[in-house]
Design a protein around this ligand. Structure first.
Ligand code: NAD
Length: 483
């Protein structure tokens, strides 16, 4: 089966920060892939707007290099690449001054979809929003896309929301969390809400617990000083892990619409109980032969910031009462792997004597090898009697769908196309972000008040031993982190 590509409407996409790391590594290579798959109309334009004093040709040269470096196999299509680059323009602009705005105003077309991607530091969001408005570039149906971090606490998130709300309606604001753009995350919703089989089991009668792991092998080296002001809770849990938890735990929305889905996610965040201090483990990686310690990377020998966090959460509602959600994320772990695992309860009674206890597990892998499988128990084939064995049932159905033809779309490119289509379902609403900070802030304030010192853990491991104990104490264990 060939993936269906539906071209979007004609658009002008203006990327503020178009010369930055995110634009060069993710946004433009992603757009190039959409171009190659004919999703981008041939008259649409991508306009870079940043501080660098270059012209459109200089920008095209820069993006050619970026796509060759980060664009994968597709970048070898040099004819396609040149055709894509021809749709690029550039305007040097000063977000805090007046330089460049008149030029941008002349360039942007008013009769097509306009999207402004704020791929710059959040401290510039207000300046950009105000100038887009004052120079009459943005229209009442223009869209703006903003990146994480969306604040560092409730107060700063509220300020950012307020500054954007001065010039843009909530229906125009697209807050990106690229985890929501992953194919498997959307497949999770299809599996949950498109089948009769799962929803009846999706509650505290049948689910024993849920694990969400986002493990990275990289250190914070290179951006250590920046990371040290944030830490794993702010950098990963408040946004990515929280979003995954919401999609797993939410009630079925009345329809797959932006507000219906986001209303249900918001209810989950609001139902999260505060975290008990003994249900929380923070860690910092130690030095090893492959690299320095967290504190060395952060250039802060007395840092108390966590590069790892594990926690046990509870959601106070009828569906999930008594079901723990174990979350963990960290840097310099044994493998790069992100997974949600729904671990079902063991059988109430087994008729098969002498066999190990079997549990069904639905695992949703976000990386590497995005996919979903359901661990089921079957009879071990052969004449050895009734011996049971657990096998994974592949639910990505690559064979049935003919995987060679199915395009793997990167999260960024999918989300940008959703912006052009005006579909906000996979973007965070302002109240969701604020609710997430309302839950996160007291947890951080709690450990700060206790002067909690993160435990060190071996680089290349699964995190501190205390994190293993968090589950062992409950008679459970973390799933192996496999790359
Ligand atoms: P960067 O420092 O590499 O690039 C910043 C860009 O902003 C440059 O193009 C620069 O010219 C432009 N800029 C800076 N000051 C300006 C001004 N006064 N006027 C006009 N343009 C100005 O940053 P980045 O890594 O690309 O990140 C951009 C945003 O995306 C940040 O908010 C960051 O937190 C977020 N983000 C980045 C990544 C990533 O992987 N790089 C991932 C997630 C979120």
């Amino acid at each position: 089966m060939v993936a269906r590509v539906i071209p979007v409407e004609d658009f002008d996409l203006i990327i503020f920060g178009g010369t930055g790391d995110l634009a060069r590594r993710k946004i433009l290579p992603g757009l190039f892939r959409r171009f190659l798959s004919s999703q981008m109309p041939s008259q649409s334009r991508i306009i870079g707007a940043a501080r660098s004093d270059i012209d459109s040709q200089g920008f095209r040269d820069m993006i050619r290099d970026a796509i060759k470096e980060f664009g994968g196999e597709e970048s070898k299509d040099s004819k396609g690449l040149e055709a894509f680059l021809a749709q690029l323009e550039y305007v040097p602009i000063d977000a805090k001054g007046e330089g460049g705005w008149a030029d941008l105003a002349k360039l942007v077309r008013s009769d097509v979809v306009q999207a402004f991607y704020f791929s710059v530091a959040p401290s510039l969001f207000g300046d950009l929003a105000e100038r887009l408005h004052r120079h009459e570039i943005a229209k009442s149906n223009s869209r703006i896309v903003v990146e994480k971090p969306f604040g560092r606490d409730l107060e700063s998130a509220r300020k950012l929301n307020a500054v954007l709300a001065l010039h843009f309606d909530e229906s125009q604001i697209y807050r990106i969390d690229h985890y929501l753009g992953k194919e498997t995350v959307q497949n999770l919703m299809a599996v949950r809400f498109g089948n009769v089989l799962f929803e009846p089991l999706w509650n505290n009668h049948y689910v024993d617990h849920i694990q969400i792991t986002v493990a990275e092998t990289v250190s914070v080296g290179g951006r250590g000083a920046y990371y040290d002001k944030s830490g794993a809770m702010r950098d990963m849990v408040q946004n990515h892990l929280m979003q995954l938890l919401c999609l797993i735990a939410m009630e079925p929305p009345s329809q797959f619409g932006a507000d219906e889905v986001r209303d249900e996610k918001l209810k989950v965040i609001r139902a999260l109980e505060p975290i008990e201090p003994h249900h929380l483990v923070r860690g910092q990686y130690d030095a090893n032969a492959d690299g320095p310690s967290y504190r060395e990377d952060a250039e802060n020998p007395r840092s108390f910031t966590e590069s790892f966090i594990a926690m046990k959460c509870h959601i106070s509602n009828w569906r999930w009462s008594g079901v723990p959600f174990y979350l963990r994320t960290g840097k310099r772990m044994k493998a790069r792997a992100s997974e949600i695992a729904v671990v079902f309860k063991p059988l109430g009674h087994s008729i098969f004597e002498g066999q190990d206890e079997q549990q069904n597990i639905l695992s949703i892998r976000l990386q590497p090898n995005e996919g979903m499988d359901l661990q089921v128990t079957i009879k071990e084939p052969g004449p050895g009697g009734m011996r049971l064995v657990n096998v994974p049932l592949d639910m990505t159905f690559a064979e049935a769908l003919g995987d060679t033809d199915v395009e793997v779309t990167d999260a960024y490119e999918r989300l940008i196309m959703d912006v052009i289509r005006g579909n906000q379902t996979l973007f965070m609403r302002g109240d969701e972000v604020e609710a997430a900070w309302s839950w996160t802030d007291p947890i951080i304030a709690g450990w700060e008040a206790r002067n909690d010192v993160p435990k060190t853990y071996d680089a290349g491991s699964s995190g501190p031993d205390d994190a293993l104990m968090l589950l062992h104490r409950d008679g459970r264990k973390w799933r192996d982190i496999k790359g």
